[in-house]
Design a protein around this ligand. Structure first.
Ligand SMILES: *Cc1c(COP(=O)(O)O)cnc(C)c1O
Length: 385
């Protein structure tokens, strides 16, 4: 086995948790497109009995992602929401969850419309001031759910500060690390118990797969995750596992370019006369810039901005005018995407709620890809004018 402890990130992305195929020596993990495995005698098999429980291609990916997050155990699911579904199923009726109020619309929807029905209560609060979390905790609080950077406002939540509160109160801390990627931020190192990813985004990186991930270090938590993964069955298939394994091999290269392009575009937007506010954690004007510098190794390619005058029509005009930026849901692929949170990703959140957190009618979110930054800037410039 390779020693991961001393590997740098780029080496982990390519070798972490991976061994050549034991059956054939194949360097690339084969796609084990099989549901079942022959047994030499009753109960005598090679570690694989049925592919819902485990599959060699998925196993390889789970080990690889665990290494990237400096965790011991990884579990992969059919989508990011399926991963969240598994995580919340660790709780019981009567339990309470404290969550960031500015979060992925689908996470809000599964909490409110699926799990509240089963007696789990969710509190959505701003985590800019960690003392607000303390005020809301009670004996039933079992989980703190953090998304950072948040979607779409790019707020940065201080993971280490919250982990201290969680530990002092015996509460699990889970972090949705989708926007940051393990290349920029490792929540387990900052005291989180569980890291979640929508691998659909940067981990896959090529907009060709939908997948979710959980990573943890604690064996008891891992056992629960694997028990629910197998019992509820929301696994990902071997083909998709292969695609994400392949995507991860260039994660560090892609995210470096996402960061460089993000920086150039954030600075362009900041000085443009038609732009009101720019939300990118690398800007000195960002309210959580100092926390971002402390817990992240770069600031990523996700940027939101609002327009002077705050008109929905103006935002729609920009979205219709861009040519390189594609109007689409999702993020984190090599191609640049543009979206309108109020009518797209955050449509599930009532208008009143979304405006409270800053998702105003003219807010535009971009996922900056790895194209040439000058071409992207020219495209935005043209659409804004
Ligand atoms: C996309 C996304 C999810 C949900 O993941 P899916 O793969 O679409 O199910 C959760 N959190 C964040 C931050 C996301 O961007």
């Amino acid at each position: 086995m390779k020693d991961h402890k001393n590997m740098k990130f780029a080496t982990k992305a390519i070798h972490g948790g991976l061994e050549p195929d034991s059956a054939t020596g194949a360097v690339m993990t084969p796609i084990y497109q099989t549901s079942t495995y022959v047994q030499e005698g009753v109960g005598n098999h090679k570690g694989y009995a049925y592919s819902r429980t485990s599959n060699p291609t998925r196993d390889a990916l789970e080990k690889n992602i665990a290494v990237l997050e400096n965790g011991k155990f990884g579990a992969c699911f059919g989508s990011g929401l399926a991963a969240i579904d598994c995580l919340i199923k660790m709780l019981n009726p009567g339990d309470e969850v404290v969550s960031t109020n500015d979060l992925y619309g689908g996470s809000y929807r599964i909490f409110k419309t699926i799990f509240e029905k089963y007696g789990i209560k969710f509190h959505f609060i701003s985590m800019n001031d960690v003392n607000q979390i303390k005020a809301i905790l009670n004996a039933n609080t079992k989980l703190i759910w953090v998304e950072t950077p948040t979607n779409p406002m790019m707020n940065i939540v201080d993971i280490e500060a919250i982990s201290k509160i969680a530990k002092a109160n015996n509460i699990l801390l889970a972090v949705d690390n989708t926007f940051a990627t393990p290349y920029l931020q490792n929540p387990l190192d900052l005291g989180a118990d569980i890291v979640m990813h929508s691998a659909t985004k940067y981990l896959g990186g090529h907009s060709d797969v939908v997948m979710g991930v959980l990573v943890c270090n604690n064996e008891n938590i891992a056992k629960e995750i694997y028990r629910i993964q197998n019992s509820s069955g929301a696994i990902c298939g071997p083909q998709d596992s292969f695609l994400v394994l392949r995507g991860i091999k260039t994660l560090h290269l892609r995210v470096q370019r996402h960061c460089e392009n993000g920086e150039k575009i954030a600075h362009f937007l900041e000085t443009h006369p038609k732009i009101d506010k720019v939300y990118w954690p690398g800007l000195k004007s960002h309210p959580n810039h100092e926390i971002a510098k402390k817990q992240m190794r770069g600031f990523g390619g996700m940027i939101s901005f609002s327009l002077i005058g705050n008109k929905m029509e103006d935002a729609h005009a920009v979205l219709n005018k861009v040519q390189l930026f594609m109007l689409a849901e999702s993020l984190g692929g090599v191609e640049s995407l543009i979206g309108h949170p109020a009518t797209m990703t955050h449509a599930a959140i009532p208008k009143e709620e979304r405006e409270k957190i800053g998702v105003v009618d003219s807010l535009i979110r971009i996922s900056v890809g790895v194209e040439d930054a000058n071409d992207l800037i020219a495209d935005l410039e043209n659409a804004l004018n």
